[in-house]
Design a protein around this ligand. Structure first.
Ligand SMILES: Cc1cc2nc3c(=O)[nH]c(=O)nc-3n(C[C@H](O)[C@H](O)[C@H](O)COP(=O)(O)OP(=O)(O)OC[C@H]3O[C@@H](n4cnc5c(N)ncnc54)[C@H](O)[C@@H]3O)c2cc1C
Length: 381
């Protein structure tokens, strides 16, 4: 398989627009968002205004209709400035793409223009207070009634929950069926019976807008059942391969930006009559970090092509995410060490990045769950 992530001219233009937006609207503000411990809703709206929310939406609905490789590259570039904002934006795009692909046309026509205009944001809700890695154990219930379903339960740790009104929500239709009973619904949080919970306070990454929802006898019309019982679990697992892949490209972008910053700092930091960049131990730490980023990027781009080809993505994405999240954890801490006490300062992004490297090791399946996937392929259950 070719490892070339070549983009067409229009995709390069889109990517450059995303880069310009990120350098001008994300990079200078990311630390302020973290200080405020808030999701930057206005900037997310501005990103939509710059056309970014339409990346995955087909042209027939007024979107750009970009390939997955463009999404993976946009995610990577924005994560250089702020992993958290990139993750929020990409999750929002993901729901728009899903609505365009899988929802009935009347729902697509209703919601996609709002999403492209940044009037409404989206999220995907699998996790619950008592079910994270063990997704099949979710207990949010969907009970069949005339004309639709009644949903009850609680979702936790949901990206964009602080501001999202559209939720792709997985619920259990029949506990006896286990994963075969899981179905996927498109919920509008502006309707009755949906309670938005306070955003979750964490060690960092607040631009992600993580939070939760409670559903109290929430009625969902039949046309909002997008993935039927049995298909829901499989659809979620397919989506997760793409998510693991862009988390991997994001870790590459974030870690590489930190390596570049550290190399520049080291070249200017005087010590013992030279600069710290002259010390071979430090030089080699940075060289090793860069080698790992190059390797992680190859794995991530291979997974990107597998997601596009719909072949082999499960294993390729598991390798890519595991490796990229681990090297981000390892080398961002190293970068901070190389910068000495200065690395702790607010003016440098390393603290933010380290928190997001931790986050990368949990979202869309923990590092251990990637290993379980790889081991199952090697050894079986
Ligand atoms: C910032 C952020 C954003 C998120 N966004 C979303 C979102 O948008 N939508 C959503 O649905 N969820 C989201 N999540 C939740 C995320 O998917 C879960 O955190 C993840 O699935 C792990 O679940 P958990 O945290 O409950 O850990 P647990 O499942 O409780 O696991 C705890 C520990 O046990 C390990 N473990 C569990 N099972 C096994 C096993 N079989 N073998 C070996 N080790 C195991 C785990 O690796 C982990 O180290 C988000 C989480 C974070 C932190």
């Amino acid at each position: 398989m070719s490892m070339d992530l070549t983009l067409e001219t229009s995709e390069i233009d889109f990517l450059n627009r995303a880069i310009d937006f990120s350098r001008s609207a994300v990079a200078p503000n990311a630390q302020d968002w973290e200080d405020a411990r808030q999701m930057p809703v206005d900037t997310l709206r501005a990103a939509a205004g710059a056309g970014l929310a339409g990346l995955e939406i087909p042209e027939q609905y007024g979107g750009f209709g970009g390939r997955f490789r463009l999404k993976a590259r946009v995610a990577e570039e924005i994560a250089r400035d702020c992993f958290a904002f990139s993750f929020s934006l990409i999750n929002n795009m993901g729901l728009a793409g899903k609505i365009a692909r899988d929802a009935p046309e009347e729902l697509a026509k209703r919601y996609l223009p709002e999403m492209m205009a940044g009037e409404v944001f989206g999220c995907t809700a699998l996790s619950e207070p008592a079910a994270g890695s063990d997704f099949a154990a979710i207990s949010t219930s969907a009970r069949k009634v005339d004309g639709g379903w009644i949903l009850n339960g609680e979702k936790a740790w949901i990206t964009n929950a602080a501001a999202a009104d559209l939720i792709f929500l997985y619920a259990q239709t029949n506990l006896d069926l286990g994963w075969r009973g899981v179905a996927g619904f498109l919920i509008d949080a502006r309707e009755d019976g949906v309670e938005r919970l306070e955003p979750t306070q964490m060690m960092g990454g607040h631009a992600i807008g993580v939070g939760g929802f409670k559903l109290h006898d929430h009625f969902v019309a039949e046309n909002r059942l997008i993935s039927s019982p049995g298909d829901g679990f499989k659809a979620a697992m397919n989506g997760v391969n793409a998510a693991r892949t862009y988390v991997a490209t994001m870790c590459c972008g974030m870690t590489e930006a930190a390596i570049e910053l550290t190399a520049e700092y080291a070249s200017n930091r005087p010590a013992f009559g030279t600069t710290i960049s002259a010390f071979q131990g430090l030089r080699w730490d940075l060289a090793d970090a860069q080698t790992d980023v190059e390797a992680a990027r190859l794995l991530a781009y291979r997974a990107t092509l597998s997601v596009e080809a719909q072949s082999g993505a499960e294993i390729h994405a598991a390798h890519a995410k595991k490796f990229a999240a681990r090297i981000a954890d390892k080398h961002l801490t190293k970068c901070m060490q190389i910068m000495g006490a200065a690395g702790l300062k607010r003016e440098y992004p390393l603290g933010r990045h380290i928190a997001c490297a931790r986050i990368a090791n949990y979202v869309d399946g923990t590092t251990e769950i990637q290993n379980e996937r790889i081991a199952r392929n090697l050894i079986g259950n």
